[in-house]
Ligand binder design. Sequence first.
Ligand SMILES: C[S@@+](CC[C@H](N)C(=O)[O-])C[C@H]1O[C@@H](n2cnc3c(N)ncnc32)[C@H](O)[C@@H]1O
Length: 383
Amino acid sequence: MKYFFVSCPIHFENELIKEIEGFWHLMMDLDGLPTREALPEFEIDKGGVLFKCSLHLGLQINLFSHIANRVLLRHIDFKARYFDQFEKEFKKIDFSKIFNFKMDKKITIEIESSKSRLFHEKNLTETMTKILTEKKIQLVSDSENRIFIRLFNDIVTVSIDTTGEHLHFRGYRKHQGAAPIRENLAYLTLQIAGLTTANQKTILDPFCGSGTLLFESVLNGIPQLNRPFPFFNLQITPALFKSPTWIKNYKWLKPTQHKLLGLEKDLETLNKAVLNQKIFSDLYFTPNLTFKHIDSSKCELQTLDLSAADPLWIVTNPPYGERLSSEEIPAILKRFESLEMLRGMIVLHPTDWKFQFQRLKVSQSIPFSNQGLKLSLSIFKPT
Ligand SMILES: C[S@@+](CC[C@H](N)C(=O)[O-])C[C@H]1O[C@@H](n2cnc3c(N)ncnc32)[C@H](O)[C@@H]1O
């Protein structure tokens, strides 16, 4: 069993736990079958969760979590109030047992210290550089072999980065319009709204931009199998992940086929969304998704080809920077309220926007931060 720390957007640690609990039994054991290991006990730490589980499951969080930022594997912790204590313990770490050094022996170290006597990061880096040089390892700024060192209350925790590039990079959004929402925040929005379930529905984004909310709405339980995570190269990684055919084992995974519709008035942005759709299909599966070049303020709602049978959800991250948008956008969204099959509307918006729907009422509004902007995530439902 190993300790893992999985980081996520701050204040959403409980949503991350909920997500992990949801996909836990979709992960694979070393015999290629869905895991039989019981759910771990989660401990919340600001900006992430800590838990203990088998190595092969902790590593798979990288593939399955759409909310997490990064998965760190705890290697060792020790107490150090003085430099000589730090030096003595750091020297003991055998990096060649962790990393599969190829041609060059290089590592990158991220260090962070708080509430500790040893807080001077420059001095700590000098000490580490000296020790690494003795071990013939080069300290560089951009190696795939990455260690996170955290000092807190004089306890030094050394963790191995298993993720590499931040997990919100899914690979499908090669083309982006103005102000796209981060992929993991889009997934978080959908999970909070209860839309990451398998029940068949139509999801409409009337301001879809590059399509992030729509793509994320069908990723529940679908792992990211198309990217070279650093954990594949760790010395301790189970042989399962090194076999060329291991991903074929996941036979129990089935994509959810919601009907997705994105409206976008800017043709250039719409074309980017269509290009992303092609990449998404190559990397994951072909979604039931249509992008339309339409101005949401003017379109005839009957022409949108929405089936009366499917429950409809509107999910959107409209433009908020433009002048007048605080009144214009709520007015545009109000037009969609007349759609009979509408079950709810989820809108990410500046906190001072006012919505005056007739049939819909706010059922939840929570603070949400997107690229440093303070927003509200409001969920409106029919009364
Ligand atoms: C904040 S962006 C959406 C970003 C999107 N969630 C993404 O991740 O790429 C808002 C989008 O709404 C589009 N837009 C603005 N007014 C519109 C309208 N009346 N009808 C349709 N699209 C509109 C803009 O061109 C822009 O691409």
